[in-house]
Design a protein around this ligand. Structure first.
Ligand SMILES: [Zn+2]
Length: 565
C-alpha cells in the first residue's frame, strides 16, 4: 500500500512540473502581438476606385458600420442583398456594368448625388429603413451620427429643390460631404444606403455568416476572408481595404510568396517571415490609412487565391509564432535565391542589422534548380561607357574596372576607370544595378557575381576557365557539363564550385578573388542567384526542407541569433 501511495504522489509531482513548463516554455520570451487584425490595402492611391463590387461566396448579405480605433467592427445597418456596389457620392453614370464619373458618349443611367433629405430624425436603422420603404426611390442614411431618409437622386441642387416642392416633401435639398460613400445594388443605379461621418470613419462592410461559417467574399476576381473598409482619402476615389484577422492575412501571403506545393517546412518558414513582417509593419501606409499593401512593396496578397490545405496548415500549425531578436519581431527580409551566399545587411543597404548576417548556403542551393543557378552577360567597353553616360555619369571611355568583394565573396564595389584618369565607384546594392540596361536587356540578378575583362587582370593572365586549349576561354558557365570520376555527367551549376583535374589531383577552381583591375575590349559578368542577398533565401529554405531540416532550423540558419516564440 505504501508503494502505491508513493507512486500516486510521484504522479502529482510530474503533473506539477508539466504545468510549470507550460507557463515558461523553454525559458524563451514569447511575443504576444497586440495587433491581431490587419488592414490590407487592395486599391489605393492612383488605383483608388470610383466603384467597388462585393459578392458573397460563403455567407449571405452584409452588415454596414465602421471599424473603431481598436479595429473592432461596429455594426449600424444591414442588407440581405448578396451583390452590392460601393461608390463615391458624386454624380455617376452607369453604362453596362461600369460606373463613370463623367458622362459617357452612349446611353447611360445616372446616379445623382443630390437628394431630398427629410426633416425627420430616426433613432435606429430599422426605423429609418421602414419609413423609407413607404416612399418611391428613398433610402436610409447615416449622416454624422443621425439616422435620416433621402428621397430621389438628382444631378443638381436646383433639381432637388424643385423636387421638394413638386413632391410636397417635408425636407430640403441635400448632398453628402466629400467623404460620403453610397451603397448601390450591384451594377445597378438603386441606392440602398449612405454613410457619411465627414471623414471620421470609413464605411465598414462585414459579410454575414450563415450557420457560423467563415465568410468568403468576392472582390475583383479573388475571394477574401474578413471585412472591407472604404475611405475617400482627400475626398477622392475609394480606397479599398481588407480588414482581416492576422492569421488569415498570413494564409493569403504564403501561397503568393512561394509555391504552395513546396515542402511543409519551407511553407512554415515563409509563414513566420510573413507574420513577423506584418507585426513590424503596422500602419506602414499611414497616408492611405492601412498597414500593408498587397504588392511586392509589402507582401503579395490575393485573399484566398492559390491557398491550399497545405499552405493553410503551415499557418495553423505555427499560429502566433514570430521570429524574434531580443524578444522583438524581426524585419524578416528575404530573397529568391542567394546564388551561394547571403550577405551582411550593411554590405548591401548600408545599415547594420545584427540578425542579417551573411551565411554560405551553397551546399543547399546547389541541390535544387533555382532557375538562376548561373547566369552571365557580356558588354563591350563602349557599351559600358554608354550605359554610364546614359545614367548621368559624365565619364570618358571606360578603360578598366576594379572590383572588390565582401568576405562572403559577393560583389561589394566596382570602380570604373575612364581615359581621363577619373574613377567612378559604385558600392553595395548600386554595384548590382549600375550595369542594368533596358536598352540591351541585360541585368545583374543578384549581388553574387564577378566581373572579368577579356584581357584579364590588367593584361596579365586572369581567372578565366579554359577548355582544351589556352586560346579558347569560357566566358560563362551556363550550359557547361562536368564528368566526375565515376563517369557521372552533371551540370556545372555555380560559379563558385567548379572543380578541375590537375596534375596533383582535384582542385577547386576559384573564380572569385581577383581584385585587380580588369581590362579588355569586352567585360563579362558571371553570377548566380536572384534578389538582394539579405536574410533568408527562399530556394535555400526549399532545399533545406527537402533535405529534412525543420522550419526553426532553417530560420536560425538564415537569421543569426534569433529565437522563435
Ligand atoms: Zn506596401
Amino acid at each position: 500500500m505504501f508503494l502505491k501511495k508513493l507512486l500516486h504522489s510521484a504522479l502529482l509531482i510530474t503533473v506539477t512540473i508539466a504545468m510549470v513548463l507550460v507557463s515558461v516554455p523553454h525559458g524563451n520570451a514569447v511575443y504576444v502581438n497586440p495587433v491581431t487584425t490587419m488592414k490590407v490595402g487592395l486599391y489605393y492611391g492612383s488605383s483608388a476606385m470610383i466603384s467597388a463590387n462585393l459578392e458573397n461566396d460563403v455567407g449571405s448579405g452584409y452588415e454596414f458600420g465602421y471599424f473603431d480605433g481598436s479595429r473592432r467592427f461596429v455594426p449600424l445597418a444591414y442588407t440581405d442583398e448578396i451583390g452590392i456596389t460601393m461608390v463615391k457620392d458624386k454624380n455617376l453614370f452607369l453604362t453596362g456594368d461600369t460606373y463613370y464619373d463623367s458622362k459617357p458618349s452612349g446611353s447611360y443611367e445616372s446616379i445623382g448625388c443630390f437628394h431630398v433629405r427629410l426633416d425627420d430624425v430616426f433613432s435606429s436603422y430599422e426605423e429609418a429603413a421602414e419609413e423609407a420603404s413607404y416612399y418611391d426611390d428613398a433610402f436610409p442614411g447615416y449622416y454624422s451620427g443621425e439616422w435620416r431618409i433621402c428621397v430621389g437622386n438628382y444631378q443638381t441642387r436646383a433639381e432637388a429643390d424643385d423636387a421638394v416642392y413638386d413632391l410636397g416633401l417635408d425636407g430640403e435639398s441635400f448632398t453628402g460631404s466629400a467623404y460620403c460613400i453610397t451603397v448601390l445594388l450591384q451594377k445597378q443605379s438603386d441606392i440602398i444606403f449612405e454613410f457619411d461621418t465627414d471623414g471620421e470613419y470609413g464605411l465598414g462592410v462585414m459579410p454575414r455568416s450563415v450557420n457560423g461559417e467563415k465568410t468568403e467574399t468576392w472582390f475583383r476576381g479573388f475571394t477574401y476572408y474578413g471585412g472591407f473598409q472604404y475611405t475617400r482619402v482627400d475626398g477622392d476615389n475609394l480606397t479599398v481595404v481588407n480588414v482581416v484577422d492576422l492569421e488569415d492575412y498570413v494564409k493569403g501571403v504564403v501561397p503568393q510568396e512561394v509555391s504552395p506545393y513546396w515542402p511543409e517546412e519551407a511553407l512554415k518558414v515563409q509563414t513566420l517571415c510573413a507574420r513577423s513582417y506584418a507585426a513590424t509593419h503596422i500602419d506602414a501606409h499611414p497616408v492611405s490609412g492601412f498597414d500593408v499593401c498587397n504588392t511586392t512593396c509589402c507582401q503579395v496578397y490575393r485573399g484566398r487565391y492559390n491557398a491550399t490545405v497545405e499552405s493553410d496548415l503551415a499557418v495553423d500549425e505555427t499560429a502566433g509564432q514570430y521570429i524574434l531578436y531580443d524578444g522583438e519581431p524581426c524585419e524578416t527580409v528575404f530573397h529568391s535565391s542567394s546564388g551561394g551566399a547571403t550577405e551582411n545587411s550593411e554590405n548591401i543597404w548600408g545599415s547594420f542589422v545584427p540578425y542579417l548576417r551573411g551565411v554560405s548556403d551553397e551546399q543547399f542551393e546547389n541541390t535544387v534548380n533555382t532557375g538562376y543557378n548561373s547566369w552571365s552577360y557580356t558588354y563591350t567597353a563602349d557599351q559600358i561607357t554608354e550605359i554610364l553616360q546614359r545614367k548621368g555619369y559624365n565619364c570618358s571611355d571606360i578603360i578598366g574596372i576594379t572590383p572588390t568583394y565582401t568576405e562572403m565573396g559577393n560583389m561589394y564595389s566596382m570602380t570604373f576607370h575612364d581615359s581621363n584618369g577619373v574613377n567612378w565607384t559604385f558600392s553595395r546594392s548600386n554595384a548590382s544595378t549600375i550595369l542594368d540596361s533596358d536598352t540591351y536587356g541585360k541585368y545583374t540578378h543578384s549581388q553574387r557575381f564577378v566581373i572579368t575583362g577579356s584581357d584579364g587582370n590588367g593584361g596579365s593572365e586572369g581567372n578565366s576557365l579554359y577548355i582544351n586549349s589556352m586560346s579558347n576561354p569560357v566566358g560563362s558557365l551556363s550550359g557547361m557539363y562536368a564528368i566526375g570520376g565515376d563517369g557521372e555527367i552533371s551540370t556545372v551549376t555555380s560559379s563558385r564550385s567548379v572543380y578541375v583535374m590537375t596534375g596533383s589531383g582535384i582542385e577547386q577552381f576559384e573564380v572569385t578573388g581577383s581584385t585587380q583591375m580588369q581590362t579588355g575590349d569586352t567585360y563579362t559578368v558571371t553570377g548566380s542567384g536572384w534578389g538582394h542577398n539579405v536574410g533568408m533565401s527562399q530556394y535555400g529554405s526549399y532545399a533545406m526542407a527537402k533535405l529534412g531540416y525543420t522550419y526553426d532550423e532553417i530560420l536560425k540558419f538564415y537569421y543569426t541569433g534569433v529565437t522563435i516564440g
